[in-house]
Write a protein that binds this ligand. Structure first.
Ligand code: NZQ
Ligand code: ZN
Length: 396
C-alpha cells in the first residue's frame, strides 16, 4: 500500500426529512449570507426548494438564489453565478440538487477568490492547470440524486461551451462540502434513466479505483468488491420498485462512499474511462453515467486482452465467473457479464447507437482526448491514440 493523506471533513446528515435541518447546519458552519444554487426545476416542483428556504428563514439567514444549472454544467452559468455572488457577497454557498449543481457551486467557490476568469483554474496548458486555487468559499449540499458523489468529493467538472472541453479540478482540502444533507426519499422522483445512470456512474467510480497495479491493497479491493455487489443488488430492487426506501438509502450512501476516496487510499487510480466519457458528454451532451455504461465494458474488454489481472479478479469475486485458470478469458467473460447487466437490469445503453449517437466522430473525440491528456494516458494500462481509438470502436 502506498503512503496516503485522507482528509474528508464533510458532515453527512442522512435519512428521512433531514432537509429540515439545513438552516441549523448552515448556522453551525458559520453561514449568515447564503447563495442557493439549483438546477432546471425538479427541486421547485418537488417543493424542496421552498422547504430549504423556509429552513434558512427560520434561523435568520439572508439568501439569494440562482436556478437553471443544466446537466453537464457549463462555464457561462458559473460566470453568471459569480456575478450574482460578487453583488450579494455570500459567506456560504448551498447547492440543492445533483452533481451538476454541486460542481457549478464548487466552481463558484474557487472562482470567487480568483482574480482572473475562473476557467483558468480548469484549463489545461501542456497537461498542467493554467492556474491553481488556494482558497474557496465554504459550501453545503442538499443532495437529490445519488450519482456523481460530488457531495463528498473535492472535485468539480465543468464544460467550456466555446471549446467543448469538459474537465475537472480536484481540491480535497478546500472543496469538500462542509455538510451534505441526504434524504433518500428525495430520490424517489428520479426517472428510471437518471437512477440507472447514477448507478452506472458510482460503479465506474469504484472501478476506476479498483483498476490499479498497486500491489497489496486488499482493504481497498475488498471494500470495492463489497460495494459493487451491494450496489448491483440494490439497483435491481430500485429499478423494480422505485419507492423502495431501504434500497434507495443503500444506493445513496454507496454513491458517496464510491467517490469520497475511501476505496482509493494507498493506490494509484486510473480515470481514463472517465476521461474518454467526458469527451462524449462534452460533444454530444449525453448523460455522463449512460456514457460510462457504453465506455466501461469496452474498456474492460480491452483490459482483458492487455492487462487482465484485476478484471479477472473482479469477474471471479463480483460477477459470478468461475476461475478457469485463463485470466484473459475470465476477464473477457466478466466484461461481457457487466455489459449484459447494464443492458438487461439497468436498461442502460451499451453502444454509441443505443446512446443515440448513430455516427460518432471518433477522430474528433480521440484527438481532443489526447490534446487534453497527452500522447499517452497513464494508469492501469498505458493508452496511446491507437489504444483509445480501439476502445471507442469497441463501443460502436
Ligand atoms: O436540473 P433538475 O431539474 O434538478 O433535474 C435533474 C437533471 O435533469 C434531475 N434530477 C436530479 N434530482 C432529481 C432529478 N429529477 C427528479 N427528481 C430528483 N430528485 O436529474 C438530472 C441530472 O442531474 P445532474 O446533477 O446532472 O446529475 P449527476 O449527479 O449525475 O451529475 C452529473 C454531472 O456530474 C459530473 C458529470 O460529468 C456530470 O457533469 N461528475 C462530477 C464528479 C465530481 N464532481 O466529483 C465526478 C463524476 O465522475 C462526474 O464526472
Ligand atoms: Zn463519474
Amino acid at each position: 500500500m502506498n503512503n496516503f493523506t485522507f482528509y474528508s471533513p464533510t458532515e453527512f446528515v442522512f435519512g428521512r426529512s433531514t432537509e429540515n435541518q439545513v438552516g441549523d447546519l448552515c448556522v453551525k458552519h458559520g453561514a449568515k449570507r447564503v447563495m442557493i444554487v439549483y438546477g432546471g426545476g425538479s427541486v421547485v416542483r418537488s417543493g424542496l426548494l421552498d422547504r430549504v428556504k423556509a429552513a434558512l428563514t427560520s434561523v435568520g439567514i439572508e439568501f439569494v438564489e440562482m436556478g437553471g444549472v443544466q446537466p453537464n454544467p457549463i462555464d457561462t452559468k458559473v460566470r453568471e453565478g459569480l456575478k450574482l455572488a460578487k453583488d450579494f457577497a455570500p459567506d456560504f454557498l448551498l447547492a440543492v440538487g445533483g452533481g451538476s449543481v454541486i460542481d457549478t457551486t464548487k466552481a463558484m467557490a474557487v472562482g470567487y477568490y480568483y482574480d482572473g476568469d475562473f476557467w483558468d483554474l480548469y484549463e489545461m496548458v501542456n497537461c498542467k492547470k493554467k492556474a491553481t486555487a488556494s482558497k474557496a468559499l465554504p459550501l453545503g449540499v442538499v443532495l437529490t440524486i445519488p450519482a456523481a458523489g460530488s457531495e463528498g468529493s473535492g472535485n468539480s467538472v465543468i464544460t467550456n461551451t466555446t471549446t467543448h472541453v469538459k474537465v475537472g479540478i480536484r481540491y480535497p482540502m478546500i472543496l469538500r462540502p462542509k455538510f451534505a444533507v441526504m434524504n433518500p426519499e428525495l430520490t424517489m422522483t428520479l426517472p428510471e434513466w437518471q437512477t440507472a445512470s447514477g448507478v452506472s456512474d458510482m460503479m465506474a467510480h469504484i472501478l476506476e479505483r479498483y483498476l490499479s497495479n498497486t500491489p497489496d491493497v486488499q482493504i481497498g479491493d475488498r471494500l470495492a468488491e463489497g460495494m459493487l455487489m451491494a450496489i448491483m443488488e440494490c439497483a435491481e430492487k430500485v429499478i423494480t420498485n422505485p419507492q423502495d426506501y431501504e434500497a434507495r438509502a443503500n444506493i445513496m450512501w454507496s454513491a458517496t462512499v464510491a467517490h469520497n476516496d475511501t476505496c482509493s487510499i494507498g493506490r494509484v487510480e486510473d480515470w481514463n474511462s472517465h476521461a474518454m466519457e467526458h469527451e462524449i458528454s462534452a460533444e454530444y451532451d449525453v448523460t455522463h453515467g449512460a456514457g460510462l455504461a457504453v465506455i466501461f465494458p469496452a474498456f474492460l474488454q480491452y483490459a482483458a486482452k492487455h492487462n487482465p489481472g484485476k478484471v479477472a479478479q473482479l469477474a471471479h469475486r463480483v460477477l459470478g465467473i468461475a476461475d478457469s485458470g485463463d485470466a484473459s478469458a475470465d476477464a473477457m467473460a466478466g466484461a461481457l457479464a457487466l455489459k449484459k447487466w447494464f443492458s438487461e437490469k439497468l436498461h442502460m445503453p451499451v453502444t454509441f447507437a443505443q446512446l443515440g449517437i448513430e455516427n460518432p466522430n471518433l477522430e474528433l473525440l480521440n484527438t481532443r482526448l489526447h490534446n487534453l491528456k497527452g500522447e499517452v494516458l497513464h494508469g492501469y494500462m498505458d493508452l496511446d491514440a491507437a489504444a483509445t481509438m480501439e476502445i471507442y470502436k469497441q463501443a460502436l
